[in-house]
Design a protein around this ligand. Structure first.
Ligand code: NAD
Ligand code: GLY
Length: 370
C-alpha cells in the first residue's frame, strides 16, 4: 500500500494486483478534469452510467472531461430496487445500439448501486471491457468502488449474480459529498467503522475522537477517512482478491445485514444501515461467546449510535426468516452458515462453528423471538 502525491492532484493509493493494479485518487476538484480519467481509457468510446439523481448534479462535468471522444450517457432510475439484470440489459442495449467495441469503457458515476451494476455490465459485455469508477457516496468512496466486486440482486438474495471485475482506476472526488443526504453519510460511516472493527484498532479510536468532525463534513477529516478506509480495503483485496480467505472479514455485519435487505425487498433500509444493525448483532453474538468484552461491546454500539445508525433489525423479522435467508449467503459452505465475528476490536474471524443455540439466542434477542 503506497500513498504519494501525483498528477491525480490528490492523494493517490495503489491497489496492488499485478497487471490489474490501479490507482485510487482521493481529493477535491477532480470532476471535469480530463486527467487522469482519459489516461485510463483503452479506446475512444465511453459510456457513462449514472442515475437520475446523480446525473442532475454531476453528469455535465464528467461529460466535459470526455469532450472530443465518442461518449454517451445512460441515466437509470435511482435506487437499490433497480440493481437488477433488467437494468444491466439496458446498459448492454445501449452499448450495442451505439456499436461500442471491445476497446470501449464503461464509467460508473454514482453510489454503490451504479458501481456494482455498471461494473457487472462491463464484466459481461463482449466478455469484459474496461471500467472506471467515479463513486459519489461516502459508502462507494470507502468501499464499493474498490476491489472489483460487481453484481446485481436477485429477489432471493442480495448480490447473488455478479463477477469480479477490477476497475482501471477510481476517482473519489470529496467535493461531491457536500450534496449527500445526512442519512447516506451515516450509511457510509457504517463501512468506515467496519475497517476499525476488523483490522485497524487505531482507526477505531481515531473515529471515536473524530466522529463529530465527520458528521459536520469537515473536508480534511473526510479525506483522511476515505484514504485510511481505502488503504485498509486495498490491503485486504491485494492479499485475497477472490475471497478465498481474509477478504471475507470485509463482510462483518453483512450476513445479518443482507438478510435485512432481502427481507425488506431492497427498498426501505439503506445498505449501510443494514450493515450497522448486522454489526451490532455480530458484536452481541461475539460478546455472548466471550470473544468481545462488555466494555468493547459497549464501544461498538456507542460509536454506531453516535454515527446515527440503527442498532436493531426491523421488528417484523423473525429468527426463522433470518436463518432461511442467511442460508443462501455467498459465504455459506455445504449448507452451513459462516459468520464474521469479532475477537476484540480490530480483529475479525470467519467461523461456521457457532453453536446453533447461541445464534438463535442472538436472533431472539434482536427480534423478540418466534
Ligand atoms: P446508492 O448507490 O443507492 O446511493 C445512495 C443514494 O445517494 C442514492 O439515492 C443516490 O442517487 C444518491 N447519491 C449518490 N451520490 C450522491 C451525491 N453526491 N449527492 C447526493 N445524492 C447522491 O447507495 P450506496 O450506499 O452508495 O451503495 C450501496 C450499494 O453498494 C449496495 O447495493 C451494496 O450492496 C453495494 N456495495 C458493494 C460493495 C462492493 O464491494 N462491490 C461494497 C459495499 C456495498
Ligand atoms: N464489501 C466486501 C468486499 O468488497 O469484499
Amino acid at each position: 500500500m503506497t500513498s504519494t502525491p501525483t498528477e491525480c492532484r490528490s492523494r493517490r493509493l495503489n491497489v496492488a494486483l499485478g497487471e490489474r493494479s490501479y490507482p485510487i485518487c482521493i481529493g477535491p476538484d477532480q470532476l471535469g478534469r480530463a486527467e487522469p480519467l482519459r489516461d485510463w481509457l483503452p479506446g475512444n468510446q465511453a459510456l457513462v452510467v449514472t442515475n437520475d439523481t446523480v446525473a442532475d448534479l454531476y453528469l455535465d462535468p464528467v461529460l466535459t472531461s470526455l469532450e472530443g471522444l465518442h461518449a454517451d450517457a445512460l441515466i437509470l432510475p435511482d435506487g437499490e430496487a433497480h440493481k437488477t439484470v433488467a437494468s444491466c440489459e439496458r446498459i448492454w442495449d445501449r452499448l450495442l445500439q451505439r456499436r461500442f467495441e471491445r476497446s470501449c469503457t464503461v464509467i460508473a458515476l454514482g453510489g454503490g448501486v451504479i458501481g456494482d451494476l455498471a461494473g457487472f455490465a462491463a464484466a459481461a459485455y463482449q466478455r469484459g471491457v474496461a471500467f472506471v469508477q467515479i463513486p459519489t457516496t461516502l459508502l462507494a468512496q470507502v468501499d464499493s468502488s474498490v476491489g472489483g466486486k460487481t453484481g446485481v440482486n436477485h429477489p432471493r438474495g442480495k448480490n447473488m449474480i455478479g463477477a469480479f471485475h477490477q476497475p482501471r482506476g477510481v476517482i473519489a472526488d470529496t467535493d461531491v459529498l457536500a450534496t449527500l443526504p445526512a442519512r447516506e453519510l451515516s450509511a457510509g460511516l457504517a463501512e468506515v467503522i467496519k475497517y476499525g472493527l476488523i483490522r485497524d484498532p487505531d482507526f477505531f479510536v481515531w473515529l471515536e475522537d473524530n466522529l463529530e468532525a465527520l458528521l459536520a463534513r469537515d473536508t480534511g477529516a473526510l479525506a483522511d477517512t476515505i484514504e485510511r478506509s481505502c488503504a485498509n480495503k486495498a490491503d485486504v483485496v491485494a492479499a485475497d482478491e477472490r475471497e478465498q480467505g481474509v477478504r471475507a472479514t470485509l463482510n462483518l455485519g453483512h450476513t445479518f445485514g443482507h438478510a435485512i435487505e432481502t427481507a425488506t425487498g431492497y427498498s426501505s433500509w439503506l445498505h449501510g444501515e443494514a450493515v450497522a444493525a448486522g454489526m451490532a448483532m455480530a458484536a452481541h453474538l461475539s460478546a455472548d461467546l466471550g470473544w468481545l468484552s462488555e466494555e468493547e461491546h459497549h464501544r461498538v454500539t456507542a460509536l454506531l449510535r453516535r454515527a446515527g445508525l440503527p442498532l436493531t433489525p426491523p421488528q417484523s423479522m423473525t429468527p426463522t426468516q433470518f436463518l432461511e435467508i442467511m442460508a443462501v449467503d455467498k459465504k455459506a459452505q455445504q449448507g452451513r452458515i459462516r459468520l464474521v465475528l469479532q475477537q476484540g476490536i480490530g480483529r475479525a474471524i470467519v467461523t461456521d462453528s457457532v453453536p446453533a443455540e447461541r445464534l438463535r439466542a442472538t436472533l431472539n434477542h434482536f427480534t423478540g423471538g418466534a
